[in-house]
Write a protein that binds this ligand. Structure first.
Ligand SMILES: [Zn+2]
Length: 443
């Protein structure tokens, strides 16, 4: 019997974690942060601890798999977003099993470990997307596929573990982008091959299963940015772009348009430094080569003083797209940094506000303060990294899994997936399983 333990990310958006149990072996997929809880505490506490994080429900409650802890033989991480990798430093050592992730995710993990003065006892393997490899269970070996998929950071995976009962696929965070701005397309060829061998179950990112669309390609976000940055009349004004620090493809577009404008592109903020350097170090972001990054407070202040006087010469990329307390844009809005926004300076949000109460509230506060300076504000120069209903339809059609476990949100968000697969001919009660945190599905 195969048991799927939905540990986190099924009663909320965040703290993703799943365990798959197969007789005497078990595999873990992702160990993520619940970001709203982290965001509201981060400025006060520089070093995080497991105890503190558990007390505010910021990491998955993996006590629900205590009984099978000894069975865990591999820990897989699907990609470098903090709601998937953030809790690894605090949870993974509870299991005596190596960690497998792509080189980019491993780099981010290493910097999280460094930030919190943690050294892991388990081995960490960096494995490139589109690799097939084997892991050792108690009495047998398992073939594993790291399949390249598109999302909103680099080196994202669909992970397939091949079992005697068919493949189990972890597809938590994806869209099907056939014209990505950076990195390869989804590996449809390998997906079709695996489908032929038979797929027992897929855990599928169903966050936007209720959105009747196919999520646009990153190329569309690039076109929106191009229009805002290159065609708006703003030759002498300041220009500030804020976006997700982990969105390397988006940053690539911003950097390229900055060059076209003959402006020097400057990155400001700790998380931009973290993700840009990780991408540079693994060789996927040569376009960051001559970008100056200011990370520490004194550096940021010095850089902003310089920009303040000759603002038309620079394109500032900074943190703060969610209005996070302590981020660069939020501090500029509070006059906590030596940079004053002038009337008709451009502020471009290449992002959307994550619709969680904390985010909405802190963004509204920042926006209100920013508007006092009368800047030009460009919201939503952005497309999502999560597939809509029609991406999901295509993936299900390619893989024809026997069972579908919608993930990445509470049942209200994932329920439309059941209607979709029922429309596709599935028995929605027997084959589509809407789960909550801490439950077990027996197949
Ligand atoms: Zn993600």
């Amino acid at each position: 019997m195969v048991k799927i333990h939905t540990i986190g990310g099924f009663s909320e958006v965040g703290k993703n974690m799943v365990a798959v149990e197969l007789e005497e072996d078990a595999f873990l997929f992702d160990q993520g942060f619940f970001l709203p809880a982290i965001v509201s505490m981060e400025e006060r506490e520089r070093v995080l601890t497991e105890r503190r994080l558990r007390s505010i429900d910021a990491i998955p409650d993996d006590s629900v798999i205590e009984k099978i802890r000894h069975k865990v033989c591999a820990q897989f991480i699907s990609h470098a977003h903090l709601d998937h990798v953030g809790a690894v430093p605090f949870i993974s050592d509870r299991y005596n099993a190596p960690i497998y992730a792509t080189p980019f995710t491993v780099k981010i993990l290493e910097s999280l470990l460094k930030d919190n003065d943690i050294i892991l006892k388990n081995k960490v393997y960096a494995i490139k997307p589109n690799t097939t490899f084997y892991i050792r269970g108690k009495n047998r070996k398992y073939k594993v596929d790291f399949i390249n998929i598109t999302h909103s950071t680099v080196q994202c995976l669909l992970i397939a573990v091949h079992t005697p009962k068919g493949a189990i696929i972890y597809g938590n965070d994806f869209k099907l982008d056939n014209t990505p701005v950076l990195g390869p397309k989804p590996n449809y060829k390998r997906l079709r091959e695996i489908a032929k061998e038979g797929v027992l179950a897929i855990i599928a990112d169903s966050l936007y299963s209720g959105a009747e669309k196919k999520t646009p390609s990153e190329r569309v976000a690039r076109a929106i940015l191009q229009e805002v940055l290159l065609t708006v009349q703003n030759k002498n004004a300041g220009m500030i772009v804020t976006t997700f620090s982990s969105h390397i493809a988006r940053l690539k577009s911003v950097v390229e348009f900055g060059k076209k404008l003959n402006r020097e592109v400057i990155f400001l903020g700790r998380s931009l430094d973290k993700y840009a350097n990780a991408a540079k170090n693994i060789g996927v972001a040569p376009f960051f080569r001559d970008i100056k990054i200011s990370k520490y407070r004194s550096q940021v202040e010095r850089t902003l003083k310089k920009i303040e006087k000759r603002r038309h010469k620079f394109l500032v990329v900074c943190t703060g797209h969610q209005g996070e307390p302590g981020s660069i844009l939020e501090r500029i809005s509070r006059k906590d940094l030596p940079f004053k926004i002038n009337k008709e300076d451009n502020i471009i949000f290449s992002s959307s506000v994550i619709p969680a109460p904390t985010n909405l509230e802190q963004f509204a506060k920042m926006e209100k303060r920013l508007k006092k300076y009368k800047p030009r504000i460009f919201r939503d120069a952005h497309v999502s990294g999560h597939g809509g209903r029609e991406d999901l339809r295509d993936l299900i059609r390619i893989l024809s899994p026997k069972h579908i476990i919608p993930s990445h949100g509470d049942p209200q968000k994932t329920m439309p997936m059941a209607d979709l697969v029922s429309e596709m001919g599935y028995n929605k009660d027997k084959q589509c399983h809407i789960m909550r945190d801490g439950e077990v599905l027996k197949l």
